[in-house]
Write a protein that binds this ligand. Structure first.
Ligand SMILES: *[C@@H]1O[C@H](CO)[C@@H](O)[C@H](O)[C@H]1NC(C)=O
Ligand SMILES: *[C@@H]1O[C@H](CO)[C@@H](O)[C@H](O)[C@H]1NC(C)=O
Ligand SMILES: CC(=O)N[C@H]1CO[C@H](CO)[C@@H](O)[C@@H]1O
Ligand SMILES: [Zn+2]
Length: 254
């Protein structure tokens, strides 16, 4: 992995510390079901009791297909926050993106090339969204309405822009820190299990788990164990949209 990307991922943890000061969305009604105007809603956790939404960031990449096989074998759905050009170019992995969409996973935006949105000019920040929207339209015929800001980093103007484009911004309440031990399955899984053992402290109703699919160990070794752990713990493993009670017809637009 290029060192700047390692740094970028490490910065996620810093951003998470910043955003965790923002109150968790407590409404039991999905914000998207209400009339939309103003800044994009920011989501930290699931609202449907007993659900877990496992999310995979920074793809599509070399392991997306293998991960889709794993999800299929367990009959669960996940959410992919794809980039346009970060680890891989989305055009080169179009078949994986299409497959994720067709197999009922939630395909969502993680911006064109993973820049820190608040540090960009308004037109640059907008282009980070629209360039990827165009790529998605070419590949799956629609564009997502859910996005995750790189590093979990947003500002009032960025949320305003995202709101104008009808996006919902998705953070997380369970960070598996999978970037910390990229090639060490045991260390990664230990962190995951420790986090899982603390879900009681996080409370109900449900959780949004942050993982990255661009590391082979995460995608192909930790992910299946993680899904199994969620399932044996009695969670329903679903997409972000489902865990918020938002009908699939709202996940995409033209
Ligand atoms: C956002 O949604 C509104 C209401 O459905 C629609 O009029 C508007 O064109 C949408 N904006 C974008 C950028 O898709
Ligand atoms: C999580 O809890 C299980 C069951 O109590 C325990 O066996 C395991 O060691 C715990 N894992 C960690 C990493 O704390
Ligand atoms: C030391 C240790 O815990 N090793 C384990 C690492 O993970 C592999 C694969 O699951 C296990 O087989 C080892 O026992
Ligand atoms: Zn990312």
């Amino acid at each position: 992995m290029p060192s700047f990307l390692r740094l970028a991922i490490a910065a996620t943890i810093f951003a998470a510390a910043l955003v965790s000061a923002v109150p968790v969305t407590s409404s039991s009604t999905s914000p998207f079901l209400q009339k939309r105007s103003g800044p994009a809603p920011v989501i930290y956790r699931c609202t449907v009791p007993g659900t877990i939404a496992i999310t995979f960031d920074d793809g599509p990449f070399l392991y997306t297909n293998g991960l889709l096989d794993i999800l299929k074998s367990r009959a669960v759905k996940a959410t992919f926050f794809f980039n346009g050009n970060t680890y891989g170019r989305i055009e080169d992995f179009a078949a994986s993106v299409k497959r994720a969409y067709q197999e009922g996973h939630q395909v969502a935006s993680h911006t064109w090339d993973h820049k820190d949105l608040p540090s960009l000019s308004p037109s640059e920040a907008l282009a980070e969204m629209t360039m990827l929207e165009d790529a998605f339209r070419k590949i799956i015929g629609v564009r997502p309405t859910y996005m995750r800001p790189p590093f979990g980093s947003v500002s009032a103007p960025v949320l305003e822009m995202l709101g104008q484009r009808n996006y919902t911004a998705v953070m997380w309440d369970m960070d598996t820190q999978d970037w910390a031990h990229p090639d060490d399955f045991n260390a990664s899984y230990q962190l995951y299990e420790a986090l899982f053992n603390k879900t009681e402290e996080l409370g109900q109703p449900g959780h949004i788990v942050l993982q990255h699919e661009v590391n082979q160990v995460t995608a192909l070794q930790v992910a299946p164990m993680a899904i199994d752990l969620a399932l044996v713990s009695g969670y329903k493993v679903v997409t972000v949209g489902e865990c918020l009670g938002d009908p699939k017809s709202n996940w995409y637009t033209v």
